[in-house]
Design a protein around this ligand. Structure first.
Ligand code: FMN
Length: 194
């Protein structure tokens, strides 16, 4: 198990792909860091190994979008305690609120998921009382397509094009760690001391 860099690379990629597809892996909700030093949990929606891109969904008005904007370093931290595998991924983030990727992501979302983007003020805005931020009519309902249509303008995707993966496996028999740097020929791996 994990005797070669190729097997580690395959494991890392398979875990990222699975994390984008299955809510049953803890890697589905990684921590995403931005260059302002802030971090937050987000749902990973997809990893495309061909483009090396992770996709997340977010509110275009949230502070992270201003930080990442059209391109800024971003980091993604994933851990699966059962497998005892940590993946630290780094790359360049980009926010897209228009275009085919954002449109397709919106189309594929349920109306319940789209409802989140109906919040009236930007995430992080101060409020006099505890609030969901949703308009009163949208509280506790499964809205229709028409009702959530105006929320589209608040929806954006965060794309992180990965440049580096740091994979760590914890084992009593001896931990293993490898880093991979993206190149035109794919991922170049290197064992490192855990
Ligand atoms: C389990 C979980 C999943 C979350 N998923 C998302 C997500 O997919 N997109 C998102 O923008 N925020 C998500 N959040 C909320 C963020 O952690 C964060 O509070 C929010 O995005 C605030 O925006 P900021 O990071 O720009 O300040 C999630 C939080 C938790 C606890």
């Amino acid at each position: 198990m994990f005797e070669t860099l190729d097997s580690v690379k395959a494991d890392a990629i398979a875990r990222l792909v699975e994390a984008g597809k299955s809510r049953h892996t803890p890697m589905h909700t990684p921590v995403v860091g931005t260059s302002d030093g802030d971090m937050r949990v987000m749902v990973l929606r997809e990893y495309d190994p061909d483009t090396r891109r992770l996709r997340f969904h977010t509110d275009a008005r949230s502070p992270k979008c201003a930080v990442v904007s059209e391109g800024a370093p971003a980091s993604v931290l994933l851990y699966n305690p059962e497998a005892k595998i940590q993946i630290r991924a780094r790359g360049i983030g980009r926010i897209e609120s228009q275009g085919t990727i954002a449109d397709a992501a919106w189309e594929a979302s349920t109306t319940f998921a789209r409802r989140c983007y109906l919040v009236e003020d930007a995430p992080g805005a101060a409020s006099d009382a505890g609030t969901s931020g949703l308009p009163d009519w949208a509280q506790g309902i499964q809205p229709s397509e028409e009702q959530v249509a105006p929320a589209r303008e608040n929806f954006a995707v965060l794309l992180v094009e990965l440049e580096r993966l740091d994979w760590l496996y914890l084992a009593n028999s001896g931990h293993r760690r490898a880093v991979f740097e993206a190149s035109d020929n794919g991922w170049n791996g290197q064992w490192v001391v855990p």
